[in-house]
Write a protein that binds this ligand. Structure first.
Ligand code: IPE
Ligand code: IPE
Ligand code: MG
Length: 253
C-alpha cells in the first residue's frame, strides 16, 4: 500500500519540455577569480544570467523555474560577501519586478526569510503580492533555504495540524506544508560550476528528478547551454522503478 501511495507514481514524459526546472547556480566566485575580479562581480554577472534564463523559460513555455540563490549554509561566508549578496538581492527586486510582472511572471521566494533585514522582507512580500495573479512562468527563488529546514518546518506544521494522526502520517500529508507545495516536483535539476552535489537544496522534491551537472560556471550558462541541458533531459528514460519494457509497452505494465 505504501508503495502505491508514493508521490512519484505519475510518470511525466521526458521527451517533452520539462515542466519544472530547478537550478543550483554555482561558480560565480570562480568566474570572477579567473578574471581577477572580486567575487561579487561574479554574483552581479550571475543576475544577468538569471534574466536570460527567465526569458528562455518563457520562450520555451517551461512553467516553473526554481533557482537556488542563497543557502542556509551561505551565512558562513565572509561578512562582506554576505552583505553584498543581500544588497544585490535588494537591487534585483527593485529593478526587475516590474519587468517580471509585465511578462506574466509570478515571483515567489522560499526559505527562512525571518533572518533577512526588514526592508528585504518587505520587498519580497511586495513582489510576491504584485505578481500573484501571473501564470506564464512561476519563478521561485530559494533564499536562506535548506532542504532539511524545509522538511522540518513542514513536519512541525503537520504536527500542529494533524496531531491525532501522529505515527500514521503519509507522504501526502506533509506535502501541503513544504515550501514548494504549489509546484510539481522538478523534472530537471541542473547544477553549474562542476560540483556534483545537492548542497541541501530540494531534498524531498528531487527524489526522482533527472540530474544534469555541467562544469560551465553560472555566469557562462547562457541559453545555448540551457538547451544542451534540456536536450540531455529529453534523451532520458524516466522509469520511476519500472522496467524499460513496461514503459515502451513491450510487456504488460
Ligand atoms: C554561487 O556561486 C552563488 C552563491 C552561492 C551565492 P559561488 O559564490 O558559490 O561561486 P564559487 O563556487 O565560489 O565559484
Ligand atoms: C550552493 O552553492 C548554494 C547556491 C548556489 C546558492 P555553494 O557554492 O554554496 O555550495 P557548496 O557549499 O560549495 O556545496
Ligand atoms: Mg559555490
Amino acid at each position: 500500500m505504501a508503495l502505491f501511495s508514493s508521490s512519484t507514481r505519475h510518470i511525466p514524459p521526458s521527451a517533452q519540455m520539462p515542466a519544472h526546472v530547478a537550478v543550483i547556480m554555482d561558480g560565480n566566485g570562480r568566474w570572477a577569480k579567473k578574471r581577477f575580479l572580486p567575487r561579487v562581480a561574479g554574483h552581479a554577472k550571475g543576475v544577468e544570467l538569471v534574466r536570460e534564463m527567465v526569458r528562455a523559460c518563457l520562450e520555451r513555455k517551461i512553467r516553473y523555474l526554481t533557482l537556488f540563490a542563497f543557502s542556509s549554509e551561505n551565512w558562513r561566508r565572509p561578512q562582506d560577501e554576505v552583505t553584498l549578496l543581500m544588497q544585490l538581492f535588494v537591487k534585483a527586486l527593485e529593478q526587475e519586478v516590474t519587468k517580471l510582472d509585465r511578462n506574466g511572471v509570478r515571483l515567489r521566494v522560499v526559505g527562512d526569510l525571518s533572518r533577512f533585514e526588514p526592508r528585504l522582507q518587505a520587498l519580497i512580500r511586495d513582489a510576491e503580492a504584485r505578481t500573484e495573479t501571473n501564470t506564464a512562468l512561476e519563478l521561485t527563488i530559494a533564499a536562506n533555504y535548506g532542504g532539511r529546514w524545509d522538511i522540518m518546518q513542514a513536519v512541525n506544521q503537520l504536527a500542529q495540524a494533524m496531531p491525532d494522526k501522529q505515527g500514521n502520517w503519509e507522504e501526502g500529508d506533509i506535502e501541503p506544508y513544504l515550501s514548494m507545495h504549489f509546484a510539481p516536483e522538478p523534472d530537471l535539476f541542473i547544477r553549474t560550476g562542476g560540483e556534483e552535489r545537492i548542497s541541501n537544496f530540494l531534498l524531498w522534491q528531487l527524489a526522482y528528478s533527472e540530474f544534469y551537472f555541467t562544469p560551465t560556471l553560472w555566469p557562462d550558462f547562457d541559453t545555448a547551454e540551457f538547451d544542451k541541458a534540456i536536450a540531455s533531459f529529453q534523451q532520458r528514460e524516466r522509469r520511476f522503478g519500472r522496467t524499460s519494457e513496461q514503459l515502451t509497452g513491450q510487456t504488460d505494465a
